[in-house]
Ligand binder design. Structure first.
Ligand code: GSH
Length: 210
């Protein structure tokens, strides 16, 4: 049994989607970051960086923050969605780290400057939008002739997908990136992804490109 501390954001959804895919039983605890619940002392004991997601594994009492670390932990715990060794494992970790260092921070800034504060900082809008298009281009090239970012469907796809699900917020037309669009729609239709997307509560249907 896993306790998941999360909110309705891409980083939170990575973990609920992984837990659903892995069939692990878990309890979701909503941490409303709009109400600053991430700063409560009891949450800081689990997540010292005051950010969601975080988990506590009741099997061994271990707590963990940082979505990338949590995904690796869950993959290793179950022996699924992350190969055990060799190049296949490192290919998954490579694309997981690409998400953590690229689309996560960059697309987060696009949401901040382009969706929520449009017109306030034109330089930042231009910089982060340009960065977003570069990253969509990288992903599109990676998915050329490939079903998933590594070999099989993995924690790397699960880490990237929730960030792409905000393509409308990012003013990205997925038709410009046909391999990303095909990959995104395929994953969106997985029942575990539909369930995990609606944790800790359903706020909207999964956005689908035209
Ligand atoms: N690198 C962290 C980033 C986590 C993160 O930025 N979480 C956001 C929600 S998606 C958050 O908790 N924000 C709260 C805040 O900004 O105070 C991870 O991947 O877990």
């Amino acid at each position: 049994m896993i306790d998941l501390y999360t909110w309705t954001t891409p980083n939170g959804r990575k973990i609920s989607i992984a837990l659903e895919e892995l069939g692990l039983s878990y309890t979701a605890h909503a941490v409303d970051i709009g109400k600053e619940e991430q700063f409560k002392p009891e949450f800081l004991k689990i997540s010292p960086n005051n950010r969601i997601p975080a988990i506590v594994d009741r099997d061994n009492g271990m707590s963990l923050m940082e979505s990338g670390a949590i995904l690796i932990y869950l993959g290793d715990k179950t022996g699924k969605l992350l190969p055990k060794s060799g190049e296949k494992r490192y290919r998954v970790i490579e694309w997981l780290m690409w998400q953590m260092g690229g689309p996560g921070p960059f697309l987060g800034q696009v949401h901040h400057f382009v969706k929520y504060n449009k017109g306030k900082a034109p330089y930042a809008e231009e910089r982060y939008l340009k960065g977003a298009h570069r990253l969509y281009g990288v992903l599109n090239r990676r998915l050329e002739g490939r079903e998933f970012v590594a070999d099989d469907y993995s924690i790397a796809d699960i880490a990237i997908w929730p960030w792409i699900s905000r393509f409308e917020w990012q003013t990205i037309d997925l038709n410009q990136y046909p391999n990303v669009k095909r990959w995104y729609v395929t994953i969106a239709k997985r029942p575990a992804v539909e369930r995990g997307y609606a944790v800790p509560k359903k706020v909207n249907e999964i956005p689908m490109p035209a």
